[in-house]
Write a protein that binds this ligand. Sequence first.
Ligand code: NAD
Ligand code: DAU
Length: 339
Amino acid sequence: MNIIVTGGAGFIGSNFIFYMLKKHPQYRIICLDKLTYAGNLSTLSSVMDNPQFRFVKLDICDRNAVYDLFEEENPDIIVNFAAESHVDRSIEEPEIFLNTNIIGTAVLMDACRKYGIQRYHQVSTDEVYGDLPLDRPDLFFTEETPIHTSSPYSSSKASADLLVLAYYRTYGLPVSISRCSNNYGPYQFPEKLIPLIIANCLNDKSLPVYGEGLNVRDWLYVDDHCKAIDLIIHKGRIGEVYNVGGHNEMKNIDIVKIMCEALGKSENLITYVADRKGHDMRYAIDPTKIHDELGWLPETKFEDGIQKTIQWYLDNRQWWETIISGEYQNYYESMYGDR
Ligand code: NAD
Ligand code: DAU
């Protein structure tokens, strides 16, 4: 089996590559990544010498280069993680999100049509459903929940999802889509809430909490997401959407306080800053479909996952310190400077 994993130098894609090389050592994994600010080749250093692995630096919007790679590798399965993934950045500069997340998806699927594949899998997000009110804890996102997006990021991901379903209906392309809740774990770029709080705690910097910190996210350890995608590409039904999430809803402020305690830092570091524009209130996944059809259940409890994650950032300071010492400084200043 030849699998092309796009965006494999990023957070979830790299964890998926590690998961697949371990679980299916006979598979050949080709990682295709443009290495944007969010992609980091050093993340993949442990697998670079694995004969079953190949890295190719490539933009998914570059049609000719994508076609050449398909011709050369003759892949069976494509798993598309490549995306601009940070909501705050999409609010500042939407265009790149439209290019990568929508056009890039179309280019990959056109290559699939041209060269023939067994499965195209689109890694999507629960954000395509918009948000749920805080005072209705009985409501969850199911696969039937209407698409109702809030940010340029979620709108670009929803557009891509619609395109994927259109390629299924119009061209009969064998597709599947997973819509997952918030992931956490090793190798997450420090612009995202959990690694940002860990890095700032370790540097005794203020901990920026948007608004009142009451927004709720449904956190899932990254390996559980990888396991879900592995199940879907092998056993999931073609043309179907699967929600992935583990009923682990938490308020942002509670997450930040848990991390202060775990790292022995004072809650006085917490600083309430101006809210994100259009900030979604609550995400909550109903995972009944993937549980009933594929037997998926999350295996990592939040208490264990967050400990493992914190330990990873403690043990791998060089990885994230290199990132936050470069261009990231400018990003941080422009995003948080006068907030
Ligand atoms: P990330 O930002 O950490 O990584 C994205 C990767 O894509 C990077 O390696 C980057 O270099 C690469 N990339 C960007 N543009 C590219 C292009 N034009 N061509 C080739 N490669 C390109 O993102 P992540 O958090 O790992 O998310 C991966 C996917 O999962 C995304 O599609 C995202 O929408 C989705 N998702 C993320 C979460 C989450 O909590 N992080 C939850 C659900 C779904
Ligand atoms: O739900 C899945 C989505 O989760 C993915 O599709 C996105 O790619 C991923 O980035 C993530 O989106 P969020 O916007 O939920 O994640 P983020 O880590 O940016 O923020 C989590 C929450 O924390 C959100 O309510 C905003 C808040 N926040 C975030 C940052 C960076 C803060 O309060 N302070 C911060 O500094």
